[in-house]
Design a protein around this ligand. Structure first.
Ligand code: SAH
Length: 339
């Protein structure tokens, strides 16, 4: 986020340590991620057939060895629990279909940055079923219970998170488009890549866009390198992240609607005259706030942050119909395995 210009009330810390700070909005209130991630849940469900194809390619070890699943960028809420259940059930069925009389013990790692609200996530986890290298029925029929050991893993997925060769299945959805940092030059006023007055890549100049692209490439390469060390031979990884349909990197499609024009307009308003409030259009503002609120608050303080999202809600109210018509997200889905 480039510092807004020309307002002495604005608290700016240009070298925010993003990974110490970033999290989706925790808790369970109306602007929390847990309450504003239905779209992600829907998208994840629409990709289940692709996920299952990936899982069909995973090597099954003898059931004496625990089977390890990791969700990277799990956030806080039910989405991650739902997906981990789908993965484990599918793998258990494969064990059954391949003639095993028992399933392995399952271990699920919920990984996210340290500021993630792991507490809310842990509270949402159902109690553990009678676990062990047990019968197939125990694993498949334990409704209201979980059939996996659970643990939280704090840390950036751009670095090592797990011991070498320890994970069978990696899953990561709607997380890898988060960069490890804002590229330094887009915040450097003397650079031609300076993203002046902008809070996002939406509408940015070519040099700023290219700096973001390079940051993404470096981050993705690191991510893949780390996972290739951590994955067991025969393991697989399923990833989905925000994409776009246009070649123009500053055209962000649906994400542009969420973080682009209306967010930018509300931001510009606020920078020019902080002094108004509104009530409606809350859905868009809450969605945006659940994802970016923590960063915005750290950047301009809670009060202005609150004001910003009220402004956004107000603006969005006037465009509600158009937004509902246009809002759609494009995702890149990839399945990788280690042979
Ligand atoms: N997978 C969840 C949540 C997606 S929200 C779902 O499908 O609903 C994106 C998550 O990625 C956030 O919780 C954010 O904290 C996390 N994230 C962003 N950058 C990260 C990084 N470098 N390392 C680990 N997690 C990261």
């Amino acid at each position: 986020m480039a510092p807004p210009s020309g307002d002495s009330n604005v608290v700016v810390s240009s070298n925010l340590k993003l990974e110490r700070l970033l999290s989706m909005k925790g808790g369970k209130d109306e602007a929390s991620y847990a309450n504003n991630s239905q779209a992600q849940a829907k998208h994840a469900r629409s990709m289940l057939h692709l996920l299952k194809e990936t899982l069909d390619g995973v090597n099954l070890n003898l059931p004496e060895t625990p089977f390890v699943v990791a969700d990277l960028g799990c956030s806080s809420g039910n989405n991650t629990i739902f997906i981990v259940n789908v993965i484990i059930e599918h793998i258990a069925k494969r064990y059954e279909a391949s003639g095993h009389t028992c399933v392995p013990e399952f271990s699920a790692f919920f990984a996210d940055l340290p500021s993630n609200d792991f507490n809310t996530l842990f509270q949402l986890l159902p109690p553990l079923a009678n676990q062990g290298v047990g019968s197939m029925e125990e694993c498949l029929a334990s409704t209201g219970h979980r059939s996996f050991f659970a643990a939280g893993v704090p840390g950036s997925f751009y670095r090592r998170l797990f011991p070498a060769r320890s994970v069978d299945v990696f899953y990561s959805a709607f997380s890898l488009h988060w960069l490890s940092q804002v590229p330094d030059i887009v915040m450097d006023k003397s650079s031609t890549a300076y993203n002046k007055g902008k809070i996002f890549i939406h509408g940015a100049n070519k040099k700023a866009a290219s700096a973001y692209r390079k940051q993404f490439q470096t981050n993705l390469a690191d991510f893949l390198k780390m996972r290739s060390q951590e994955m067991k031979k025969g393991g697989s990884m399923f990833i989905a992240l925000l994409g776009r349909t246009s070649e123009d990197p500053t055209d962000q499609g649906g994400a542009g609607l969420l973080f682009g024009t209306h967010f930018q307009d509300a931001w510009d308003d606020l920078v020019q005259e902080p002094d108004d409030a509104a009530e409606v259009g809350m859905a868009l503002a809450n969605s945006c706030r659940s994802v970016s609120g923590v960063l915005v608050d750290a950047h301009i303080g809670d009060k202005l942050g609150h004001e910003l999202f009220l402004r956004m809600a107000n603006r969005a109210t006037n465009k509600a119909e158009e937004i509902l018509e246009k809002i759609q997200f494009f995702h890149i889905v990839a399945s990788l395995s280690l042979k």
